[in-house]
Design a protein around this ligand. Structure first.
Ligand SMILES: [Zn+2]
Length: 295
């Protein structure tokens, strides 16, 4: 337990791994979505991770999101964790250290495998020397970087193609970088394909990776993955699942309907409430699936 009586996020993930369940990670850039996450996590009685990407942090403000999450933790007593999602540079990591984040996702997966190792090692060294309680998660294999609707599979720097690593590469990456959790590409994708189903997860690869690293495994790009694939991935060792795109889609689709129906309403909180409810329902159903709650 840490001084605020919450288990640390690494402890929560270790427990999830032992229980063969997964913790949910959901991104936000507005207060209505933040409350949707908190209320859904309370309803299902599960800890939850709130993610803010670089773009989301720019919009909300790093000290602001930190203070708000800390205030909600005090008010609700619910275990909430704050993640600086997808930092693409050491500078971006430096901006969040000292603001009470529980974890950092460092993402150099758009670079070559060796450059990814080198850049991640540098970030892990910096974070360990600044705040040893903060843990770093990183990505191996390239799954794109955009939580949006895509026309085709993503490409990275130097035209890097969508790719999955071998289990040996993931083990090497973990040993050489010292990360606290790793998100290997196993067929998952950031964003959702507009005109096709997202690829299936490679569950044999996940088995091989789970057998070769002794760390929490993270699944990014959870949008567009079927319930059955989620359950199989969790059974095989995924302990944390990131979702963003499908929350954005639910939020926007509902907002469009609301704006069409409520032509005379101008109060933002009235216009946003149906979107908040839609995001709440989606998160609640995902958390129930991830934590095997069956009510
Ligand atoms: Zn991600």
């Amino acid at each position: 337990m840490t001084s605020n009586n919450y288990s640390s996020l690494s402890q929560v993930l270790a427990d999830a791994r032992d229980k063969h369940i997964a913790i949910g990670h959901f991104n936000i850039s507005t207060l209505d979505s933040l409350w949707a996450i908190v209320n859904a996590a309370k309803a299902v009685n599960q800890p939850v991770v709130i993610g803010v990407s670089e773009g989301e942090r720019d919009f909300v403000g790093i000290p602001v999101i930190s203070a708000i999450v800390s205030a909600i933790k005090k008010e609700t007593g619910h275990p909430l964790y704050l993640n600086a999602d997808h930092c693409y540079s050491l500078d971006s990591v430096k901006q969040v250290v000292g603001y009470g984040f529980d974890s950092i996702v460092f993402d150099a997966a758009g670079k070559s495998f060796d450059e990814n190792i080198q850049a991640t090692r540098e970030v892990v060294d910096f974070v360990k020397s600044s705040n040893p309680d903060l843990f770093v998660e990183a990505e191996v294999g390239y799954i794109g970087s955009s939580s949006s609707l895509l026309d085709q599979l993503p490409t990275g720097e130097d035209n890097q193609k969508y790719s999955t690593p071998t289990a040996q590469m993931v083990a090497d990456f973990v040993a050489k970088t010292g990360v606290g959790a790793v998100a290997p590409a196993i067929g998952n994708l950031h964003g959702m394909l507009k005109n096709a189903k997202n690829p299936d997860l490679d569950l044999d690869l996940l088995d091989a990776i789970a057998a070769s690293v002794n760390l929490p495994l993270v699944l990014h790009g959870g949008s567009g993955i079927s319930d059955n694939q989620f359950s199989q991935a969790i059974a095989r060792g995924i302990s944390l699942i990131h979702l963003n795109t499908e929350l954005r889609v639910a939020w926007r689709d509902q907002l469009k309907i609301t704006l069409e129906q409520e032509v005379d309403t101008i109060a933002p909180y009235k216009l946003l409430k149906p979107s908040q409810d839609a995001v709440y329902e989606l998160i609640k159903s995902r958390l129930m699936l991830f934590s095997k709650v069956s009510t």
